[in-house]
Every structure is written in C-alpha cells, then in structure tokens.
Ligand binder design. Sequence first.
Ligand code: FES
Length: 105
Amino acid sequence: MPRVTFIHPEGRSGDVPENVTLLEAADVLGFPLTHDCGGNASCTTCRVDVAVGEENLSEIDFEEQDLLDREALTASYHRLGCQARVLGDVMVQVPEEKWGDTKNF
Ligand code: FES
C-alpha cells in the first residue's frame, strides 16, 4: 500500500489503499483536510502542494486543471486533494495559510 504523508504541525503519515484520493487518504489517516465543496472540484480548500512523489499521483484531469487555472494555482505541485489519486508514495504540504482552518471530518 502507498504511504501518504501530510506535512502540517499536526500532520499524519501512514499507509492507504491504492487509488484513493488524497482527501480520502486524509480521512483514513485521521487528518482533517478541509473540503468545503464536499470533494466536487469547485472550492480549492483541499489544495495541497506536493513535496515528494508528484509522479505517484493520477494525472490532472480537465476539471481539476480548470479550477486550478482559475485560481492561478499553476505550478505542477499544486493539486486538489479531492481529485488527485494516490498511486504510490507521496508527501504533500498543507499550505501554511490553511493551518488554522482544518476541520474535523
Ligand atoms: Fe472542494 Fe476539493 S473539496 S475542490
């Protein structure tokens, strides 16, 4: 099983089933990644910055790219937690500006 790490002051790390989204991985690991739109690719609150393992996430699809472009989040390490699927080991940074607004699932 792939290992996923959320870099955050209360971050979590652990093994998750392959092909879950990063948001689902957060749920498995008990990490409260925000997801205001419920995982429908319309808010960006689930955004993370991939630190290690970009190649171990699913390709960005049209919906994810469109939303990231509209929010000017155009670096390749910008991913939506609700859309990116885990295919191998990955470490993601929760943006510091979001450290205060994680919510419980
Ligand atoms: Fe809203 Fe991912 S939860 S875009």
